[in-house]
Ligand binder design. Sequence first.
Ligand code: ADP
Ligand code: MG
Length: 569
Amino acid sequence: MIVGIDLGTSNSAISVWRDGKALLIPNNLGHVLTPSAVSVEDDGTILVGLAARERMVRHPAATATCFKRYMGTQHQGFLGGRMFRPEELSALVLRSLKADAEAFLGEPVIEAVITVPAYFNDIQRKATRRAGELAGLKVQRLLNEPTAAALAYGIHQLQDDTRFLVFDLGGGTFDVSILEIFSGVIEVRASTGDSRLGGEDFNEVLVDAFFDKYAPSIGLTRKEDSSLLYQLMRDQAERARRELSRSPTATMSIPWDGKSWDYEVTQDMFEELSQALISKLREPVLRALRDGSIRSGDIHSIVLAGGATRMPVVRKAVATMFGRFPSADLNPDEVVALGAAIQAGLKSRDAALREVVVTDVCPHSLGIDIAEKLDGGIVREGVFSPIIERNTIIPASRCNQYSNITDGQFRIRFGIYQGESRLVKDNVRLGELEVPIPQGPAGSVVIECRFSYDINGLLEVDVTVPSTGVTRQAVVLSDTEPIGPDDLAQRRAALARLKINPKDQEENCVACARAERCYEQFLGEKRERVHRLLHDFENALAGQDPREIERVRDVLHRGLDEIEGERYL
Ligand code: ADP
Ligand code: MG
């Protein structure tokens, strides 16, 4: 059984290919989306998913979210007295999904297809694969998110030359990709986006509008002056924005200074306020069309992915941009996971799926640094020599020849880089490789450098000196590679030793965390009511009768729904 996993910045999901179709697997709480959040309680117990996200407001220092942004970097989060690397936090999310899938399927889950953004570089892809390994998964394939979204819309069943544009607006990132199917091969023709644009920015627009209106009366000058107020505003903005996806108006209602500050937003106002963000959606789309040399009329369908494309303002903007409506038959925040399950089905050669090879293009150029001789004998170092160019279909293997630049040089060192800049200092360094060469006059020794980029977007470099037959090879490990292979087993064991909150406690944890957050956010009668609800629930927990606990937990959630509005994922 191979599962498909969308390891998202805000939310993750797991799915499986079953009875000829892709099926999302609900987590222990019955939700198909699991927030990509990890929190550590005072006693060291680790919470993952909604329970962790609920703790974000009250325990920001013990809670981590958005760690996907740091994948492949040295950045570490310090939670509950322990450092966590981004791939370890991701591994905890993956482990939780794996456990949910095992409970649902009734069998062990080992193999997985995990999706990554199309623009993820080699380091970020390796970190993702390592996250899978740390979670005890065998990562059969890293699949580009837009390719997964296109699979969910059946691109693999369409005729040659069909092109899809995938418009993916998530919580904090915006990705545009153009895909094409030809002879059973799906190719990413172009991939652009804005790594700092997503649903969160639309929340900020509402926060600003609210704050502009009430700041003088509230007596604050900057929205960050009170972090509690800021959290409340953001929370209400998120609710209002979701409400606006189904009704024409929504109200942000914030208890502050013994008063409730209400702000009604209409669809039109929201659209007006979002203009600057909406116009930022345009540029990457145009760039993708330009990069892929494709006219908008040549796009067969526009696929929406990412929860933020549920917003009518965004759908309208897309329709205006293309002069037609996007495909929206599937829930946009589920399409990537669904596509991952289809890829898993293809991997297991399910008869219901036509044989297709899903391939991608290389998102960034890959090459080495060279030195150039300029007129007057000046040597300029650090010049980028691309070997595999951006948008080359992968798997790809390319070889370039180089020669020694100084007389009597006895070794040559290649720095390996990824990027588009002419000077390597502006590109991403992936690693280096050194070979001994026979001494001779400048320009006399030929050295061949071959780059092979595999289907998962992982790079291998071979350097050969034909005259001596000496070869050096590296699966590129960057200098910034956070974990060496030996370390992996040790790290996996360390993660396995962590005390994870048991799944059967999860619903209770979510309920407590939500109530505690509400207690902090509200005042007066509402706070009093939260206190009573929580008190009753704690009593029920102490009584240890599962049916009673469930009943009182429902009462608690219903009470909190009345106080703060319905729960959202
Ligand atoms: P990611 O790919 O970043 O992990 P998702 O695809 O799950 O994230 O998208 C998360 C974003 O979707 C959040 O910003 C959330 O506010 C937004 N979102 C989810 N549902 C809705 C809705 N009904 N209306 C508006 N925005 C929504
Ligand atoms: Mg996503």
